[in-house]
Design a protein around this ligand. Structure first.
Ligand SMILES: CC[C@@H](C(=O)O)C(=O)SCCNC(=O)CCNC(=O)[C@H](O)C(C)(C)COP(=O)(O)OP(=O)(O)OC[C@H]1O[C@@H](n2cnc3c(N)ncnc32)[C@H](O)[C@@H]1OP(=O)(O)O
Ligand SMILES: [Co+2]
Length: 149
């Protein structure tokens, strides 16, 4: 079940400049920054009520964010929903005909397991599912708990 709009992912070119801008816009500082090796992104998070703004800058040419910004302007990159059971939700969406971009949940930022739905099957919007998880035993380079173990 989807339980919350967890975050909006915003693709930015200059993370420091974007952080300063959103700090002024939202009137509050970010609560965390995190590098996610497996996604080749640096992230900055702001809490806004029950949801978050996730600023994303690519750290390599292969990063989805770098590729996105080669074709599109800075702005909304994806919409992320909190789910209570990501494996069950992935199975439900597959059965509904959505195209999932990963076969298993993988490491996201901010202690989440995540899965992406292809924008081609979701009305032109890249959708992320997130389930809160304890990832302390997962090395940062590993995409899935299985790889880390
Ligand atoms: C920090 C970790 C995590 C978290 O915890 O929150 C994150 O948020 S990581 C965020 C970055 N990672 C990802 O986005 C992973 C999932 N994305 C992908 O696998 C790819 O980006 C993609 C969606 C499959 C697109 O890759 P690719 O096919 O190589 O790109 P194209 O440029 O060829 O695009 C194909 C098609 O899709 C449209 N597109 C691409 N990105 C988006 C987007 N963000 N939103 C909407 N549409 C998008 C693109 O316009 C093309 O459309 P058509 O031209 O109509 O075919
Ligand atoms: Co995200």
């Amino acid at each position: 079940m989807l339980t919350n709009l967890e975050h909006l992912g915003l693709a930015v070119r200059d993370l420091s400049a974007a952080t300063a801008l959103y700090t002024r816009l939202l009137g509050l500082p970010p609560y965390k920054t995190e590098h996610v090796t497996s996604e080749a992104v640096d992230t900055v998070f702001f809490q806004v009520g029950g949801s978050k703004i996730e600023l994303l800058a690519g750290t390599s040419p292969e990063s989805a964010i770098t590729k996105f910004l080669e074709k599109k302007p800075e702005g909304i990159h994806h919409v992320a929903f909190e789910v209570d059971n990501i494996v069950a939700e992935m199975a439900r969406l597959r059965a509904e005909g959505f195209i999932l971009l990963n076969d298993e949940p993988k490491r996201g930022a901010d202690n989440k397991l995540v899965c992406f739905v292809h924008p081609r099957s979701a009305g032109g919007v890249l959708v992320e599912l997130c389930q809160t998880a304890d990832l302390t035993d997962l090395t940062d380079g590993a995409d899935t708990p299985a790889e880390a173990g």
